[in-house]
Design a protein around this ligand. Structure first.
Ligand code: F6P
Length: 333
């Protein structure tokens, strides 16, 4: 039985020069995820289901648990001395470390409760995070310091609160999944070296947007729907959970293609999903598991961010299907 703590310390030993900070900062995130898991699991017992009556920077209605889980995450990391600043989906501006607390060498971008519209219907939700180095010599990070491409991430992961709470983590050396053993309060390694099959017969997309999609996306999905009767040599199955963590977890378990592509309704926003705390961390995990992640036009991790809440189209999952869809985008051009 390997706990997350043991796993991180063993990873750290591979780098004799490591200070141990990196191990601790991932541990901080794990503690935050345990606290969020507890808050989510209590459901209606805490009397915190339902809308907060406010909107976040994205113009989305906040549920009470968006706000509560954001506070849990920030409070768990604010005092540790391992972060220099944070970016959250729920805050317009950067979150600075409270004056008087020590500052560390890392930046973190996170979505405390992804898929939170699913909370009231009791479906899986999750926390997504992406860790970057704070540029050297920067004492007071600004938005500019966060605007690093996904290829600069030093670690990324997500924690899914489903039938089990599972932390999926990469530090750039493959992907490992840890299941929370609630009785001992530890994440235990349950799926070492997660790999995504290169081929799949399953796709996930919000089909109600079909008429707004660009032609390459319509072509791809229409062919999947036609299956053997069309040009493809197999029939496809479709899933849509409206919870990115749950979709990506499924892709990491049995393969598949997940897409929130560009469409005409959201073109002026740049896409639907957020680059810094949704697309980049998921792209890092998926690539590390042998999959691919693209906007259709470019590799997600190579996008130079222009703002902390930037949105992008996302197509990720089994490599051969992502590449096929990217090829359809090239053909259309
Ligand atoms: O904010 C992101 C998110 O909740 C994702 O988790 C999910 O994939 C998507 O939005 C769902 O979008 P829609 O409501 O259009 O199905």
């Amino acid at each position: 039985m390997t706990s997350l703590t043991q796993f991180l310390i063993e990873e750290q030993r591979r780098f004799p020069q490591a200070s141990g900070d990196f191990t601790l900062l991932l541990n901080d995130v794990a503690v935050a995820c345990k606290a969020i898991s507890r808050a989510v699991r209590r459901g209606g017992l805490s009397g915190v289901l339902g809308s907060q009556g406010t909107e976040n920077v994205q113009g989305e209605v906040q549920v009470q648990l968006d706000v509560i889980t954001n506070e849990i995450f920030v409070n768990a990391l604010n005092w540790t001395g391992r972060y220099a600043a944070m970016v959250s989906e729920e805050n317009d501006e950067l979150i600075h470390i409270t004056d008087g607390n020590p500052k560390g060498e890392y930046l973190i971008c996170f979505d405390p409760l992804d898929g939170s519209s699913n909370i009231n219907v009791n479906l899986s939700v999750g926390t997504i995070f992406s860790i970057l180095h704070c540029p050297q010599g920067v004492e007071h990070p600004t938005e500019q310091d966060f605007l690093q491409p996904g290829t600069s991430q030093v670690a990324a992961g997500f924690c899914i609160y489903g039938p089990a709470t599972v932390l999926m983590l990469t530090t750039g050396n493959g992907v490992n999944a840890f299941t929370l053993d609630e009785e001992i309060g530890e994440f235990i390694l349950t799926r070492p070296n997660v790999r995504i099959p290169e081929d799949t017969a399953e796709f996930a997309v919000n089909m109600s947007n079909r008429r707004f999609w660009e032609p390459p996306m319509r072509r791809y999905v229409d062919e999947c729907v036609q299956g053997k009767a069309g040009g493809r040599e197999k029939d496809f199955n479709m899933r849509w959970l409206a919870s990115m963590v749950a979709e990506v977890y499924r892709v990491l378990t049995r393969g598949g293609l997940f897409a929130y592509p560009m469409d005409e309704k959201i073109r002026d926003k740049g896409g639907r999903l957020r680059l810094m705390y949704e697309a980049n961390p998921m792209a890092f995990i998926v690539e590390q598991a042998g999959g691919a992640a693209s906007t259709g036009y470019e590799r997600i991790m190579e996008i130079q961010p222009g703002s902390i809440h930037q949105r992008v189209p996302v197509i990720l999952g089994s490599k051969n299907e992502v590449e096929r869809l990217a090829a359809y985008h090239r053909d259309a051009n």
